[in-house]
Design a protein around this ligand. Sequence first.
Ligand SMILES: Cc1ncc(COP(=O)(O)O)c(C=O)c1O
Length: 505
Amino acid sequence: MALDPTPAPAAPQPIRRSQLRAPYLEALLAYGHRAPQRLHVPGHGGGRGADPALASALGLSTLSLDVPRDIDGIDLGPTPTPYQQAEQLAAEAYGAARTWFLTNGASQGNHAICLALAPTGAEIVVQRNCHGSVTDGLVLSGGSPHYLLPGYDAERGIATVVTPDRLRAALREQPGARAAVVVSPTYFGMVADIAGCARVAHDAGIPLVVDCAWGPHLGFHRSLPPNPLHEGADVVLTSTHKHAGSLTQSAMLHVADGRPELRDGLDRAIRLLRSTSPSSLLMASLDAARRQLAVRGAPLLGDTLAAADRLRDRIGELPGCRILDRDRPRPEIWAWDPLRIVVDVHDTGVAASTLARRLRDVHDTQLELHTHTTLVLVVPLGMDESTAHHVATALEAAIATSERDGGTSPPAIDPPVPADAAVPRVSPRDAFLGPVETVERAHAVGRVSAEAISVYPPGIPTLLPGEPISSAALDQLVSLHAAGLRLHGASDPDLGTLRVTAATR
Ligand SMILES: Cc1ncc(COP(=O)(O)O)c(C=O)c1O
């Protein structure tokens, strides 16, 4: 089966008048301001019955907008209802055929993607260090993953991105795969060659899914990498709350034009996963965030990017600090998200964890993440020069006043195990839901793992549910644990025992 050729990248579109509206938010405001007699859930009755401290914290006007589903004039009545219009406007802004609002984060989107594209027994190629919600989605769906390794920056112990060549090789090994899932941008702001990956997937007759949880803003300013839908991706997941100004837990799932079969499957899956009481506040925030991006995204992002650049300049001048996206280029990284600043602090002589702690405790400055060599900063929309100045000054002070405590010793980072793409022996669903037993580490090799275990670095899971446990994988976990690193997801944090699928008798 050959899919349509990859569409040519779209030129930036002028703002459409329709985008000036936020129909769901407007309908909700009209209902709240009308102050009707509310004899329906939620039981706080628009705020009157709420705990006074909560009412004072959130404000009565916020609580009056907290309404259930099926309110006439909001998501019931003549179609398209304001709710349907809001999703249509989001689809228009992102260049999708259909967009769904999600109120359980991008995690819900990954669950839906797995249910729709990798049902029981169906094979799917999945980037090995995808978010845990993909593995969870496969547990729900019963799909059978073929894991695809991303590139790896061994110096810093950071996974990079999947390349079209790696994807092609994986699809050759797995000709029955029904879809391919890649992550772009990554947690570290690395963007993959999506147009190249889409061509490879389409040549193989399958859709490309891009987990773009970290890129809801992509494509809304000319200095940003394009939105993956404009580069030929078929299904794109954006975690709107992460970078585009909506409330925590709100996200969107988009499907490209010309994929009606994907659209129907995703629609069914989302209905199955959706609460019957989705939060109106979250959905209104999605409607508003879409309008803001579409209407004033360019100036807002322009100012934010200018402040982010200033911060990069300042940090880049600090002795021992290197900004990853200004460092040596790596061929597999197609672009960087400039709203992510990753600082390699190795040459300061101070451990990244010490700097992150000092920034937090002394300067009340909270970072998104630190690894053993890097500090990861998420640049919020609207960050201004004064915040940039504060952060750079605080980091300078933290470096100057911290003890040199090991940042200078070269990081010893093993390459990820397994060294190449792997196919689990049993499906994640059977490994997770089937009978399990706990075995001593000495007896674990050759058994099938019932747990996912990851260490940072390398940040690529060493074991995933359903995979046979190799001695190389186990040795890697033992040595990383001995080096003091945490084994994320391990049922026994000291790895004395492992949870494996029960032996068949
Ligand atoms: C790549 C990726 N996909 C999906 C998710 C899940 O997003 P959410 O927290 O919105 O459920 C995350 C969360 O960090 C992520 O990093």
